[in-house]
Ligand binder design. Sequence first.
Ligand SMILES: Cc1cn([C@H]2C[C@H](O)[C@@H](COP(=O)(O)O)O2)c(=O)[nH]c1=O
Length: 207
Amino acid sequence: MSAASIIIHPGAVIVFEGLDQTGKSTQLKRLQAAVPANSTVFAHMPRGFTPFTKQLYTALEGEADTERPRSGLAQQLAHLACHAESICHLVEAARTQSLILDRWWWSTIAYGWYGGSVEQSGLSESSFRDLVHTIWHPIVPSIVFVFLEPHYVDDNNTHGVKAGYRALVDEHPDLAVIVPSAGEDATYALIADALLAHGLASIAVGA
Ligand SMILES: Cc1cn([C@H]2C[C@H](O)[C@@H](COP(=O)(O)O)O2)c(=O)[nH]c1=O
């Protein structure tokens, strides 16, 4: 398929989720290059859209340990603050264009709950999930691509987080497409084929 060859249908909400260092960003860049400019909103959810959400991301990704929050609950609440701040923008994008999310609430549950740090704070799973659901319920995805095979070692990829993603996939078998370990081109072909097969995208005329 040549560059600028896919049209994502208006209203489609496509999510990329999974462990760190699994090739999500590479595939998102390829997809971005394949869709017409300004037809689809691409959102990296840890970063959001505004100076406030971008500052939150910078704070969470601080170079030194001392710059980052020590509390796992604080860390996830900061992520959720970014999500809450972004949700109107996401709803508008899904309503008027199409939307591709680089992470959404599965990251919060997988890293925060299944990673164990939120549970340590004493908050119950149901209260945490209620909060997450309250923020995210206006966004209904069409498909969630789940990347679970890291190419490099990353300390964030604990056993609990991976198990969490598997639990989320089991909870939502209708939405989740697990991306198998494969080369960059084969992975891109799998994603493009899944979008076409689910009726979420078409090949651009003349591509
Ligand atoms: C969106 C989100 C990301 N994360 C984690 C996943 C990654 O390890 C890290 C940064 O994400 P990134 O690799 O997409 O920049 O933040 C959470 O812990 N909770 C969340 O809600």
